[in-house]
Write a new protein. Sequence first.
Length: 649
Amino acid sequence: MNQSDSPAYFEAMPALIAGHLLSRDRRVLLFGHPGIGKTTLAAGLAAQLSGLGRSVFCLSVDPGSPVFGAPGAVCLGRWVEAGWSLRKMDALCSLDAARFRLPLVSAVSRLANEVSAGTLLLDTPGVTRGVAGAELLVSLVEAADIDLLLVLQRLTQPPLLVHELQSLGIEVAYIKAAEKASRPGKMRRARHRTRLWDDYLGGAEDCTLPLRRLQLLGTPPRNAPEAWLGKQVAFLEREHTVAMGEVVKAENETLTVRLPVPHRPTGTLLVRDACRDAAGLLTTSKPFADKLVRYIPPPDLLPDAAIQANGGMRPLVHVGTVMAVLVNGVFGDPLLHLRLRHQRRSLLFDLGEGSRLPTRIAHQVSDVFITHAHVDHICGFLWLLRSRIGESTVCRLYGPPGLAANVAGLISGIHWDRIGMRGPRFEVAELHGACLKRYRLQAGQPGCNPCGEENVREGVLLAEPAFRVRTVTLDHGTPVLAFAYEPTKQTNVRKERLLERQLEPGPWLNELKACLYAGDETASIRLPDGREETVAKLAEDLILISQGSKLVYATDFADTLDNRIKLKALAQGAHTFFCEATFLQQESAQARCTGHLTTLACGEIANEAQVQHLIPFHFSRRYEEQPWRVYQEIAAVCPQVVRPKQDSP
């Protein structure tokens, strides 16, 4: 029937529709809103026609809610007995049909040409509005040589894409949608597609490949391993999909991809935005940089009118289980707060003005890494000292030679006659070459007591199962330390696997992670249901493990060749590099005189170290009215610089 202003509607009954419209082999496109019943109708029509001895094929065109085959692909199937049997697929590596509609249409065209006889049904995505809906409809009709369009719609809904339907020049039939037809919830759809993906990868094996030998299409940054992890990928050969897989490791310019057996890798790799998330669900990854580095005030900081008046330029980095923020913004005293999420623990790098941090954070600070004892880098110790009165745990401080005397002087300058034994306790570690000298101090108690020495290997000041903090000594007219926070690995619990196994989260998960960090994979973990399993078995089933992301902090040092060599080695390949950029290039003489960096030097060091994100800070206050000038000069030499959204006049 041809479309009219008031079309007649068929009931959604496969026998009725097949009898009236499918008496011969046709190419049929099913069109309608998400959850309107297209998939159910396609299966009903296939069963009806197959029962009559007819061959029926289906193109599952919705990569995010596939009928069969692998999600993230257009799949061609044939109806066999009581269901669809996968024949071939063409990878998109995306779940977003609207965004990647051009490659989706190309895939449909290639697969539709595989069907030379029989009825072909196109189960399309629910993209029915706007430019995307109109373009996709017209393009799919042409790509698959459609001669019948079934529009599923409720009588209460306005007609869909009226002008486009009228312009197609093919037969259009309207189907009254079943009243009970509805779209599954977002989580249910995610679990369904993840089950399909896991089924596709069943029995898969890992294959490690050098990136340099691959022609990459639509790839995330080569030097960002965390952007690769969990990505759905496809190996192509002359535009045809040879195999789809999942990246399980990315490091040292290599990719480890999990591939079904017996598929083989080729020289061309496609990757877009389909990715397994931290919970193990196949979903759409967020834009790489947007979710990791921002200029916004995080919720655990007290408001500051000066910073807000200056555009709110307080950089925040959120990667893995770590959140790092420059507490006083890019113009204030240096103070980097590194929060270890889920541990109620914080690390501080430098101790500038600390009053913008709430007192509760001071009680959670376990370690403080101080570059040097100039006033803007250590004055916040008084905030830490006062906030920790009554705290029983020891706070460790690390810094250059003389730090213990500096801390002792700040403590002794206060009268402690009423504190008793409740004075805050500290352990100060000074780096003397390759030797770390430790001292104990407590407010209200006399003395700065030596408590041992130890050799430092490769600059590692603190080594724990989950991370290390490494340092190098730079020159600022006085020794200055730069620091690197280096996670050993990153673990994420696959929540859908917990649900499948009916395991309640609890302390046993922390025990599992602790054993993984310690490398004890033979240990047994008692589960909530009373059973015990080894760490290795549980980790394989429940945990996603990825390489950690390094953060580097460096400020107050001269632009010398020796400083550059040392800092380049420390910051090499860092996820985020916090680096001072005190002066514009036109004031390089002032920079040399005071032992600070210019914007040019900051950008050049970041480039040489091949960092992924550069966050410049410690700007001279002379630029408070025009901070965009600093960012523009750095960006001219270093495209990795992260700028506020409003950094220009």
